[in-house]
Design a protein around this ligand. Structure first.
Ligand code: DAH
Length: 351
């Protein structure tokens, strides 16, 4: 314990003053407080040694020491307040918001054009009384081919180069197997659409190994060919928002008889530009395959083809979205780079 005398009191006072000058933050101030007024602090030790002084000196030394303690505590309080004030101010400046700054712009999310197309066509078809049905993407050969009148030996299997799994199942090559699943589940009469992903071993500038289709199936009694034509025309006009010219071309699908492909007037040039990049001067665009459902297919759905008939169609959704939204390259639909869409595609808005 230090010996208590005037020299010691002054020395503590001076060393406190010096140390205080070096304090720059609250942690440093706290260290200082402990060093002087803590349990083993310089000032505390002097206070403790008061008792050893002869009584005639004790009173005066006590007054001195208490004065010094008040001074030290006061100085610590004042310095603490100053440090806190300046820290608050620094924080306030760094967090200050300039409400007059111009906004940076914000891009809102949007549906992918193919999904948007899917929703739009589904809405139109739902308006015509169709319900949405679904089926698995990992499908059985039975539903994907056999039930659709495509036996193993059938050359039409080559039209759809297939991804097979080792267990003999496959990635569905079209949404047509959902026709069978829906007939088996719901029976007749029936009106369904089935949008979804399909897969084929194709990969070049105009083909992707995964693409999107919308299947449609209507089964009822005495369904005339004209209802199919009217339904397709209705759907196309509603989707493109204008009355387009269309034509049916005779075609072949094993699951329909007769079979057709549907072409619409080129949405880009209406047949007036022989160099058109969309129709290549033909004036027509192929958008769907369709036909009157083959009796074997109705039968595979456990419905009597002598009592019921119907029509079915398959629409290429990627193609439809490209036509509607003026997307020139199929690969843009599957590319991670969204700048093309941000720069003008109608579904994205800046706000
Ligand atoms: N499944 C055919 C394909 O992927 C498209 C198709 C054609 C679907 C005719 C149908 C149809 O329902 O009747 O190429």
């Amino acid at each position: 314990m230090p010996e208590l005398n005037e020299l010691n009191i002054n020395a503590v006072k001076e060393s406190f003053k010096e140390a205080l000058k070096t304090v720059t933050n609250l942690a440093g101030l706290d260290d200082l407080r402990v060093r002087f007024t803590g349990k083993k602090g310089d000032l505390t030790l002097l206070l403790r040694s008061l008792g050893k002084l002869p009584s005639e000196l004790r009173k005066e030394a006590g007054i001195e020491l208490n004065k010094l303690r008040d001074e030290i505590e006061h100085a610590i309080d004042i310095t603490g307040k100053k440090i806190r004030d300046s820290e608050n101010e620094k924080q306030e400046v760094s967090q200050r918001i300039d409400v007059t700054l111009p906004e940076k712009g914000r891009v809102s999310g949007a549906f992918h054009p193919v999904i948007q197309t899917m929703h739009e066509i589904a809405n139109i078809m739902q308006g015509l009384g169709y319900s949405v049905a679904t089926g698995p993407e990992k499908e059985e050969e039975f539903y994907n081919f056999e039930c659709l009148n495509v036996p193993k030996w059938h050359p039409a299997r080559d039209m759809q180069d297939t991804f097979y799994f080792p267990d003999g199942t496959l990635l569905r090559t079209h949404t047509s197997p959902v026709q069978i699943r829906a007939m088996l589940e719901y029976g007749a009469p029936l009106r369904i659409i089935c949008p979804g992903k399909v897969y084929r071993r194709d990969n070049d500038t105009t083909h992707s190994p995964m693409f999107n289709q919308m299947e449609g199936l209507l089964v009822d009694k005495n369904v005339p060919f004209s209802v199919m034509k009217g339904t397709m025309a209705e759907m196309l006009n509603a989707f493109f928002g204008k009355s387009l010219k269309y034509r049916f071309r005779a075609s072949y699908f094993p699951f329909t008889e007769p079979s057709m492909e549907l072409d619409i007037e080129c949405v880009e040039c209406s047949g007036h530009n022989e160099h058109c990049r969309v129709c290549h001067g033909t004036g027509w665009l192929e958008v769907a395959g369709m036909g009157m459902v083959h009796p074997n297919v109705i039968r595979a759905g456990k419905i009597d083809p002598d009592e019921y008939n119907g029509f079915a169609f398959g629409i290429g959704l990627d193609r439809m979205s490209m036509l509607k939204y003026g997307i020139s390259d199929l690969r843009l639909l599957f590319d991670g780079n969204v700048s093309y869409f941000l720069s003008g595609f109608g579904g994205v808005e800046r706000c």
